[in-house]
Design a protein around this ligand. Sequence first.
Ligand code: CTP
Length: 392
Amino acid sequence: MSGGIAAYKALELVRLLQRAGYGVTAILTESGARFVTAMSLQALTGAAVHTDLWSLTEESEMGHIQLSRSADLVVVAPASADILARAAAGLAPDLACTVLLATDKPVLAAPAMNVRMWRHPATQANVAALAARGVRFVGPDEGEMACHEFGPGRLAEPAAILAAIEQHFAAGALLAGRHVLVTAGPTHEPVDAVRVIANRSSGRQGFAIAQAAAGLGARVTLVSGPVALADPPGVTVRRVETAAEMLRACEQALPADAAVFAAAVADWRVAEPSAAKLKKAAGPPVLDLVPTVDILATLARGPRRPVLIVGFAAETGDLLARARAKRERKGCDWIVANDVGAGTGVMGGERNTVHLIDAAGEEHWPDLPKGEVASRLVKRIAESLRKGHATA
Ligand code: CTP
């Protein structure tokens, strides 16, 4: 932990890591100790905090070389411009830098500094040099900074740093090396300058699938319509509004090993939305509706078709027969059928009861939280990709 106002957020990271079952050994630099105390770190980690290269007691308990080798991963959070510069130059004036120089373990850095310090060519050259030596970076995020300036330089959120750490350890995991594309949420099709055609989809199921796939080590692109959900950590999120934009974002994300189409895409759009706001006095408008592009069907029949395509069938009656027909009509390998009728609470809710249908048959899953549906589904996707065929 090096110096910077963001050091307090790194305390939260320590808490998250411990909750996730990791053992944490903390090294605090002298400038880091100006922002957080060794005492609070010690209370959180439940272990001695290392601060001093020249402490005989510390050296006799665990020498700096042993310290640098005892970890599975070295995380620098926050990583100040100064510690990045020292690490890039191979300087070792204090314990943290000595450990960075002596370690034979992978290093993950989460930079945090003023936007101009981050953009300075010296810092950028240091980051490039460290990246070329295999140091991985998470963040910095863009936003308002403690110094009231705006831009990149904020420490990545603790949950995002945790996700990067989990992804590192998931390298041998079921979906490591795979790219998974997920669509989620509704689309908004403009009627006029202020009004849209929309639906009740919350995006929860798609977001949960993206997060579960990232948890199994996949690189995940999540293309989402307008929803009120935060980016799942460790997932690349593309926010779009219309079906046409969703298709474009999906095409840009290809190639993918698997694609899960959980979005509730609008079926109709207004042929020529009015650039101005329609006025009430003009009377009820007659909307000339035309079909939107079918994203799933387009990608399933396109030249860069993902190996495994999973669609969703949102139905309010005759669920299984309609879902089976939809699977064939759209050209997807599997379809996840769910009843979204009024009273089921599925659209916008927390739980889902689904049926997984492939060419060979169907499986009925119990009523589950959407997160649980997501992890079961991505495990099946991982197994199927591993076996190299498309039966569920
Ligand atoms: N889908 C899509 N693009 C569309 C419409 C649907 O990619 N324009 C995808 C959905 O994400 C879902 C699947 O197709 O995975 C089925 O969506 P659904 O709304 O159930 O089917 P529709 O084709 O719209 O058929 P209908 O409205 O008649 O049930």
